[in-house]
Design a protein around this ligand. Structure first.
Ligand code: MG
Length: 167
């Protein structure tokens, strides 16, 4: 690792819950489908964690944001699996000979409770990002009932990544 070639990136995303469960859009977080009977409003699968990670990596690369690369006005990305979006962002990272050092994620939500899914979500993220699980940290917090998240209207996620290069 070259200490002169390190980049930090931050990403943040929010998605609103649908008013009723949508069969075609089960709640998907970190690439894991959660059987919580909740759906998020989204052009893609609405994986708020993966979107925050994409934005964090794009930020570290100085490549703008997810909306610039995968516009929600483009029918190509309608119903897109966010795992595919992450993979495309990882290709951009590889092309610059940078690799992920670690990822730190904070989910902000009143519902669903993530504890029962934490192990699966970490494993999914480690697989997708090709990182050891110890380098993928997933935290969850609520807003103590305050604001839209507190009213259970949606889910927010913040992610920070560190990238490094060997050269
Ligand atoms: Mg999003």
């Amino acid at each position: 690792m070259n200490p002169n070639n390190m980049r930090i990136g931050h990403g943040y995303d929010v998605h609103r819950f649908e008013s009723a469960y949508v069969d075609a859009k089960p709640l998907t977080l970190a690439g894991v489908v959660l059987a919580d009977q909740l759906s998020l409003v989204a052009h893609s699968d609405g994986d708020v964690i993966l979107h925050a990670i994409c934005d964090a990596i794009l930020g570290a690369l100085g490549e703008g944001d997810i909306g610039r690369h995968f516009p929600d006005t483009d029918p190509t990305f309608a119903g897109a699996a966010s795992t595919d979006l992450v993979e495309q962002v990882l290709v951009m990272m590889d092309a610059r000979q940078l690799y992920l050092v670690n990822v730190d994620i904070t989910v902000i939500a009143e519902v669903p409770k993530l504890t029962p899914h934490r192990v699966n979500m970490i494993s999914s993220l480690a697989n997708l990002l090709e990182l050891p699980e110890q380098r993928v940290n997933l935290k969850a917090t609520t807003t103590e009932g305050l604001g839209a998240i507190g009213r259970k209207e949606g889910i927010a996620c913040a992610a920070v990544v560190l990238l490094a290069g060997n050269a």
